[in-house]
Design a protein around this ligand. Sequence first.
Ligand code: 73E
Length: 812
Amino acid sequence: MNIFQETENKMTKEKFKRDFKKKVEELSSEKLENSTTKFQYEALAQMVMENINPIWAENRRLNRINTDKQIYFFSIEFLIGRLLRLYINNLGWEDIVPDGLEELGLDYDNILACEHDPALGNGGLGRLMACFLDSAAALDFPAHGNGIRYKYGLFQQKIVNHEQVEVADNWLKHGYPFEIRQPEKSVVVKYGGNVRTEMVNGKLTFIHENYEPVLAVPYDVPVSGYHNKTVNSLRLWDAQPVDDFDLNAFNEGHFLKAVQSKSQAESISQVLYPSDHGFEGQLLRLKQEYFFVCAGLKRIVRRYKKQHQGSLDGFSDKICIHINDTHPAMCVPEFMRILVDEENYGWDEAWDMTVKSMSFTNHTVLPEALEKWPVDMMQNLLPRIYMIIEEINRRFLEEMNGKYPNEEARNYNISIIKDGQVHMAHLAIIGSHSVNGVAELHSKILREETFKDFYAIYPERFHNVTNGVSQRRFMMAANQELKNLICDTIGDKWTQPGQMEALKDLEKYASDSDFQKQLQGVKYHNKERLAKYIKEHLNVTVNPHSIFDIQVKRIHEYKRQLLNALHIMHVYNQLCANPNADFVPKTYIFAGKAAPSYYFAKQVIKLINVIADKINHDPLTKDKLSVVFIPNFNVSSAELIYPAAEISEQISTAGKEASGTGNMKFMMNGAVTLGTMDGANIEIAEHVGMDNIYTFGLSAEEVANYNHNGGYHSVDVLQQNPDLQKVMNQLIDGSLGGDTFHTIYDALVLNNDTYFVLKDFASYCDIQDQSSRDYLNHHSWQKKSIMNIANSGIFSSDRSIAEYQKDIWKIK
Ligand code: 73E
C-alpha cells in the first residue's frame, strides 16, 4: 500500500472499471465492446489527467507560497518517451489498470501502444533530462523543465534498400492528451532591430527598437512522482506570430507578406535539429536557443517578483538555473539584461546574482559539437544580448590580465569572443558557479584538457556528477517480470525512490541455482518477446536460444558500430571456412539513427543492413548467426530491447563517449557489458568487478598519446592481420552483393583511421570469443548477470539528482 492509495478517492479495480467504461462511452458514443482502441486510449489518458491535475494544482499552489529552492532545467531537448504507463504506475494503479482492463476483455499493451512516442530529443542528452525530471519528482523535490515544443520531433527512420530514409514525425497530428496550453502565460521574444541609448532619469538606458516580436506560448506537461504527491512541470514553448496576421501588411494588400511573417514566427518551434554532436551554425538554431531561454526566464522572473513584493533580491538563494550543455548558455546574458536593463541593478551586483544562479553541465568533448556562433550573426539577431556578452568578456579579460599579467596567451585562449566567434562553452563557464562533466573520466578530461585553462582559474567550480537513468522506466516498467522476481527474492526496498542500491542484497543469490534458473527464464521470455517483434517488423527469424548481443545508440564514427560490423564479417568468414566447427549461436542486434547529413554514418547503416541480408539468407548460418537492424530506435523500442540483451556493446573509442547511459539501462536488466574503458563503462567496471565485464582496446591515455605524438599507422595493423585484410577487401571487392563501401575503406586505410577501429580490432575479436565461450557455462554466466543487476543501483538517476542537490544546487 502506498501513500497515494490512502487518499479519500482511493481507486479500486471495480471503480476503475466503472469509470473507464463510462468514459469510453462518453467519448466515443459507443458501448465499450464496440469502441476502438484509440478511444480506449483517450479515455484512459483523460482519466489519468483528471486524477493528476488536482494534485498538480495543489503543487503549483504550494510552490507559489513556500520558500523551497526551485530548480529549472533549461534544455533544448527533453526526450520524454511515452507517458501513460508511467503516470499509471506513479499513481499507484499499476495492478488495478492492467487487471481491470483484462477483466473487461481488453489488452493493456495494445492500448498503451496508441500513444505517439514524443521524440523531442536526439538521444542521451535529451533522455537524461527526462530521467532527471522523473527522479526529482520521485524524490519530492521541485525541479522543472524548460524547453521547446517542436511541432516535428526527431525524424522517423525507415530502412529502404538497406539505407536510412527519414520520414517527418508529425507527433501532434492527433493531439497530445498530457499537455495543457497556457495562453495567458504567453510572452514576447524580440529578434533583430537595433539598440539605441538614451538618458532616462539620469541613467543610461538601452532601448531595443525595430525588432520582430514572436509570441512564445507555453504548454505544460505534468511530471508526477512515484507513489507520492509531487507533480512538477515540464514547460515547452510554442512559437506563434504576435498577431495572426500582420494587419498593416494585410490591409495594404500584401497578403503574402502577412502570411510569410506568420510562418517565419512559427518556424522557430517547427522542428528539432536532428544532429547530435554536430554544430551547424544555422540562424534558425540560434533563434531556437534564444527563444526558450528568453521565454523561460521571463516567466521565472515574473513569478519570483510576484512572490517577493516586486523585487528580485535573494533570487539566487531560491532559484537555480541549470544549463544543459551550451544550447541554453544565453541564460547568462539574458538574465544580466533583465537585471541591468529592466530591474536597474548595478553591473557587479547583477553579475554576482547571475553566477550564483547558474550551473552548467557539459556533455561532450568532441570538437565538432562545440558551439561557436559568428559574431555578426549574433549581433544582427540579438543586438542587446551581444552587447552584454561583449561587456562580460571585456570585464573578464580585464580581470584576468590584471590577475595574470604574464599569461597573455592563456588569457586570449579563454576569451568568450575570439576569431570572430562567440564561444558558448566559455560563456557558460564564466557565467556559472558550477561546471560539471557526466562521468569521472569525462570530468577529468574537462579539467586536464578541454577546459584546463578555466580549471586553473576556477578550480572550485569544477565537479563531476556521473549520469544515471530512471530504473522506474527502464527496469521496473520495461521488465516487470524481473522486477517481480527480485521483489519476491529480496523484498521491495530497492523500488523506493533513492533506494536502488538495496539491490546489492541480490549478491547473496548470485550463485543460487534456483534464482539463476528463474532469472534465465525471465531473460528467455524477454528474448522471445523481442524475437516476435523482429519477426513481425522485419520478417527475420532469430533463435531465442542464441546469445543476444546488442548495440543500440545513435550511429556515429566514435561509437564504432563499424568495429562491431567488421567483426561480424570476420565471424561469418570463419563460419564459411569451417561450417562444422563448434559455434556458439549468436544474434547481433543493432538500432540507431544517423543525422540526415552524416554520410559516413549512413554508410555504416547500409553496411550493417547489407551484411544482415547476406548472412540471414545463407542456409549455412541458420540458427547459428543472425544480424538484425531494428529501424526507428526510440524510447519505446528501447524499452523492448534492453530487457532482452545478454551482451551490451559499449565500444566507443576511449576518451570520446562522455558517459553513455544505454550502458546503465542494459546493466540493470542483467546484460553483461562488453566495452572499452570509456565514459561510465569505467565506473560500471569498478562497481561490478572485472570478472563481470569484458573490457578491451586502447585506454583513453593511449588514444590521447597517439593523437598528440603520432605513431599510429593503420596500414601497419592491416598488414599484420590477414583476417582483417580479408574483411577490408570485402568492403570494396563486390563480395557484399555488389555493394561497395569505399568511403569506409578510405577512412580506415588511407586516412589513418581516426577512431582506431583497426587498432582495436584484434583485441575486440579476442574478447568476443572469450565471452561466447563463457556463455556456455550457464552457471557462471548467470552469476555475472546477477552481479550486474545487484550493482546497478548507483546508476539510478535518483543518485545523480541527490548529488546535484548536495554538491551543486546546495539544497538540504
Ligand atoms: O555520452 C553521452 C552522454 O551520456 C553524450 O554523448 C551525450 O549526452 C549524454 C548524456 O550526458 C551528448 N549529446 C550531445 N552531446 N553529448 C549533443 C550535442 C549536440 C546536440 C545534441 C546532443
